[in-house]
Design a protein around this ligand. Structure first.
Ligand code: ZN
Length: 428
């Protein structure tokens, strides 16, 4: 294999550019996901170990103030300041138009932790009172509270994970009540997550759905891996209830556990999607693929087979790079290295992957010359793939990157800060 290097200096420049100058125009449609963009940017610099040295204390305080500006008076955080019409104008009748949002609340808390804030200004009790209001009877969570307290949006595994993560951060390792606040229904949440496991071992977005590690990317935070989110939610729950037997999918030897491991490991692929891109425009073969027969044509199986394009067998060279996909029959994508590896890390089975070929794929195929990582081969870098590309490499012990907690998705340094907070010390 050729020697490839992790271009740390270029990645530092990339993340600093994203932090301190304007983002490219294609982020415009993600204005309402600013909290997530803030997470990728700040967490990226932290993982590279330069957040303290490349930003001033005043700048970091400014970021902290912006996050608190996104806190909703009744608990929880909004994803951006655009819906804020001012605390003075807020009434019980109109507050549904400026709601706290479940994913943004998790990301706001995590960014505050990375920035070294002590969370003393977080409306902790209010936030913990709001969380159970977001849970549906089937155990899943919505995204926001709409008019008349209706739970709106969400309903899939992503929201289960962010709700369980928020509860974990704000309650600490113990399950005791905070100021008498009613807890979420943990049993219903765990049951919903486990019911999402599909016949092949992977997790669908909801019960009886196809297993995958991704979702439609119509906004950045929707690009969450459902399987990752399922195991994230269960990991947060089981970290907090040490005396209870973990669910079967977290229990080595159980059918649920082993079938998920097999599904995750099978996501590693040498199909990178390079050939198809060049085929699309200049190859005449695409037109020659035989159309399926119409009802009045006699179908001959052998003739149909002869019309299929030939697929070249793998060569030693093509097997040098092996990233991960998110579903069967999909090409590799940088972020799936993260979704799959983080899940395997939570299940303590990370050594089962081919780390060398994954590293080769990330560093030679999707690491970008200007810093950051693209989604696929030859694609421009974006914040999501840049952060997740680095975290995947961090799981493999890449030099120049701090270790990462797979469920919280932040550096071990930031986790230590979380665990130093008062309500963590009391129960640790
Ligand atoms: Zn991706």
């Amino acid at each position: 294999m050729t020697t490839v290097t992790f271009n740390r200096e270029r990645h530092i420049k990339y993340f600093l550019r994203c932090l301190k100058t304007f983002l490219p125009s294609f982020y415009t449609s993600n204005d309402s996901n600013r909290m997530l963009l803030a997470f990728f940017t700040v967490a990226g610099l932290d993982l590279l170990g330069v957040l303290q040295s490349k930003t001033t204390p005043e700048e970091r305080q400014g970021y902290i103030e912006w996050i608190y500006h996104c806190q909703v008076p009744t608990g929880g955080f909004r994803a951006f300041t655009g819906t804020d019409f001012g605390a003075d104008n807020r009434t019980p009748e109109n507050e549904a138009w400026d709601p706290a949002n479940v994913p943004s609340t998790f990301f706001a808390l995590v960014v505050l932790i990375i920035l070294g804030d002590d969370l003393s200004r977080v409306k902790r009790t209010e936030c913990l009172q709001w969380l159970p209001l977001m849970q549906r009877d089937n155990g899943s969570f919505g995204e926001v509270l709409g008019p008349e307290g209706n739970i709106e949006g969400g309903g899939d595994l992503r929201f289960c994970c962010f709700a369980a993560g928020t509860r974990y951060i704000l309650r600490g390792k113990g399950e005791t009540d905070v100021d008498g606040t009613r807890d979420i229904n943990v049993e219903n949440l765990a049951a919903f997550v486990q019911a999402c496991q599909a016949y092949d071992g992977g997790m669908g977005e909801a019960p009886f759905c196809e297993a995958h590690c991704t979702a439609a990317v119509d906004s950045l935070y929707l690009a969450a891996g459902h399987t990752y989110c399922a195991m994230g939610a269960l990991s947060f729950l089981s970290r907090m209830s040490k005396n209870q037997r973990p669910p079967p999918v977290l229990l080595p030897g159980a059918k649920e556990f082993e079938s998920l491991i097999r599904w995750l490991v099978s996501r590693q692929t040498a199909e990178l999607g390079e050939a198809e891109e060049s085929d699309e425009e200049d190859s005449p073969e695409a037109d020659e693929i035989q159309k399926p027969p119409t009802a009045d044509e006699e179908f001959e199986l052998n003739a149909g087979l002869a019309g299929l394009p030939s697929i070249a067998p793998p060569t030693e060279d093509s097997l040098r790079y092996a990233g991960f996909n998110g579903r069967c029959n999909k090409y590799a994508d940088t972020c799936y290295s993260f979704w799959n590896m983080a899940t395997l890390a939570m299940m303590d089975r990370l050594p089962l992957i081919d780390a060398a070929r994954n590293r080769q794929y990330l560093l030679e195929k999707t690491q970008h010359i200007i810093g950051g990582f693209g989604k696929g081969v030859g694609e421009p870098p974006d914040l999501l793939h840049s952060y997740f590309g680095m975290v995947a490499l961090a799981f493999q012990g890449e030099e120049g990157l701090d270790g990462v907690d797979p469920a919280l998705c932040i550096s071990h340094r930031a986790v230590r800060h979380l665990e130093s907070l008062p309500w963590w010390g009391e129960r640790a």
